[in-house]
Design a protein around this ligand. Structure first.
Ligand code: PEP
Length: 260
């Protein structure tokens, strides 16, 4: 895996009550010893209203927190939106941009997502840019073209100096929440294409430093085989991040690929 440390992100989406959120988070923190955290980054993406609470709970633990989304605007009359500086204020160090439930579910375009990437990085947040093809796009042989277009348009204007703030999450839409994951080989093939494209957009050395996570029905029983691929640097986890034992097992699977 070159010198990239794996990263496991837990995307809680719009789940858990405030009280229910404390339990899995505390259980996760209890299970994450310094040995695991020395080998694998762990980030949680709770719903916005719980960010302060989860930030307090995770303070000093080595687990970072991030927003599930960020506004493309710095501030102003944007009802319902949350700015990058607000995320920073409540303890976030990162944000997701372009999760398929926003890209496809809410119709966010590549140009809007690009604006979010730029605003978030300018404010000092790390960005996890999510890319991925739909089932129709896969079946019509367009997966790579679609993913690379999302990548290139999402990163317009991002300088090579800001690549340290970037993580890519390859999340095939047909695999998210469906129980149907990409095969390790399919994931590796797309991750390799993404890395090669980053190499063309920037340079190979910089591309080698960018973490590319796989997301889409990662569970304890399939995680290690996917994470063991040379261009897969961990995962973005939805459903299984709500179960602390499953999430911990997925972190352990990422660590096992470092140890092996
Ligand atoms: C996600 O929401 O990013 C995700 C990958 O979900 P799941 O793990 O449930 O497929």
């Amino acid at each position: 895996m070159a010198n990239r440390q794996p990263l496991i992100g837990g995307n809680w989406k719009m789940n858990l009550s405030p009280a229910d959120a404390r339990g899995p988070c505390s259980a996760l923190l209890d299970g994450l010893d310094a040995g695991l955290l020395a080998k694998c980054g762990v980030s949680l993406f709770p719903p916005f209203p719980y960010l302060s609470q989860i930030s307090d709970l995770t303070a000093g633990s080595g687990v970072s927190i991030g927003g599930q989304d960020v506004s493309a605007h710095e501030n102003g009359a944007y009802t319902g939106q949350t700015s990058a500086s607000m995320l920073l204020e409540v303890g976030c160090t990162s944000t997701l941009v372009g999760h398929s439930e926003r890209r496809h579910g809410l119709g966010e375009s590549d140009s809007v997502l690009n604006a979010k990437v730029l605003v978030a990085m300018k404010a000092g947040l790390d960005v996890m840019l999510c890319v991925g093809e739909t089932l129709d796009e896969r079946e019509s042989g367009q997966s790579e073209a679609i993913v690379l277009q999302q990548l290139q348009e999402g990163l317009q204007g991002v300088s090579i100096n800001d690549l340290g703030r970037l993580t890519i999450a390859y999340e095939p839409v047909w695999a998210i929440g469906t129980g149907r994951n990409a095969t390790p080989g399919d994931a590796q093939s797309m991750h390799q294409s993404i890395r090669a494209d980053l190499g063309k957009q920037y340079d190979d050395g910089s591309a080698n430093g960018v973490r590319i996570l796989y997301g889409g029905s990662v569970k304890p029983d399939n995680a290690e085989a996917i994470f063991a691929q040379p261009d897969v640097d961990g995962g973005l986890i939805g459903g299984a991040s709500l179960q602390s034992e499953d999430f911990l097992d997925i972190v352990r699977a990422a660590v096992a690929t470092v140890d092996s």
